[in-house]
Design a protein around this ligand. Structure first.
Ligand code: ADP
Ligand code: MG
Length: 292
């Protein structure tokens, strides 16, 4: 299934949404001792491969938690468990005080409106046959009833222009299709679409890893500005420690499925406890001056 179809099915399904406020001081996301294991054939027998092992962390409203680790360390698997796309083998994930794995249909739909994913490949997440106006406003059309959204052409066009301007694009984009844009522009379109329903939490899984460094830096700065403007909460996933350090209030470091170190971003980078964390800090080149 193409990713744009997948995003639509899983995150934009229309269901009634209860208006709920966060309790002050309550974590928005609680990951409690989660495990994810898959059976693997070793040639002799089936063994369980533990791709995420006993991972716990919280994300507070308004903060950015950076999840960093080498490729294959289990970051995307953790993100998918938070999004409710896969179930933990053990442990639990709570988002907005609701257990994701055991949430009822309507609770899950409420949660999915509140958290939107942005994936690595900005092209795969966009339906190539739709123009930008339709792509950006599709979530509003799907949720028009419960959110009381006006979906006449003029209103949708105005909303699309507003969303595009938030991500640094103008109304000349409206009638164009994804292939007419550069990678950085496409990721901006994905972000505009993710913002359409005014979610509280963005799960950003390597959102700039497919982009040139300087283009990625601009998108990172955009994410920073949007967070400030909208009070968004981010889970920012990357293999690049400089990027994670630049965006995050706190950092959690994953190595081969385990969370090996976590802490406040500045302190953790100044004084890493684990040799693995030191390697991540040393291995990655610094950001271009446009970001650093
Ligand atoms: N559906 C699956 N079945 C079997 N193994 C998987 C599955 N999904 C991920 N894995 C394995 O889990 C490990 C962690 O993957 P992933 O979470 O994608 O890591 P990261 O995002 O940090 O690169 C990898 O070794 C990957 O091959
Ligand atoms: Mg990944």
């Amino acid at each position: 299934m193409p990713i744009w179809e997948y995003v639509k099915r899983h995150f934009l399904c229309a269901r009634p949404v209860n208006g709920r406020m966060y309790d002050l001081g309550m974590a928005l996301v609680e990951v409690n001792s989660v495990w994810k294991s898959y059976p693997r054939w070793t040639g002799l027998r089936n063994e369980l491969q533990h791709v995420v092992q006993d991972v716990s962390f919280t994300i507070e409203p308004g903060e950015t938690l950076g999840l960093v680790g080498e490729s294959g360390s289990g970051k995307t698997t953790v993100a998918r468990m938070i999004l409710g796309l896969i179930q933990p083998s053990r442990g639990s994930v709570r988002v907005d005080d609701t257990d994701v794995a055991s949430a009822s249909g309507s609770e899950l739909h409420r949660l999915r409106r509140q958290m939107q994913p942005v994936f690595q490949d900005p092209y795969a997440a966009l339906n190539p046959r739709m123009n930008v106006l339709d792509i950006v406003t599709e979530p509003l059309v799907i949720h028009r009833q419960e959110a009381g959204i006006r979906t006449d052409r003029a209103s949708l066009r105005a909303k699309a222009i507003e969303l595009l301007s938030e991500v640094g694009l103008d109304d000349s984009a409206l009638g164009r299709h994804p292939h007419e844009f550069s990678g950085g522009q496409r990721q901006r379109i994905n972000i505009a679409r993710a913002l359409a329903l005014r979610p509280k939490l963005l799960i950003l899984d390597e959102p700039v890893s497919a982009l040139d460094v300087s283009v990625g830096a601009q998108v990172v700065n955009l994410l920073r500005r949007l967070q400030h403007e909208h009070g968004l909460t981010y889970l920012f996933i990357s293999h690049s420690m400089p990027l994670v350090r630049y965006l995050s209030t706190r950092i959690a470091v994953m190595e081969r499925g385990r969370l090996v170190e976590s802490g406040e971003a500045v302190a953790l980078c100044a004084n890493p406890r684990e040799a693995y964390t030191r390697q991540l800090i040393a291995a990655t080149p610094e950001l271009p001056t446009s970001v650093a």
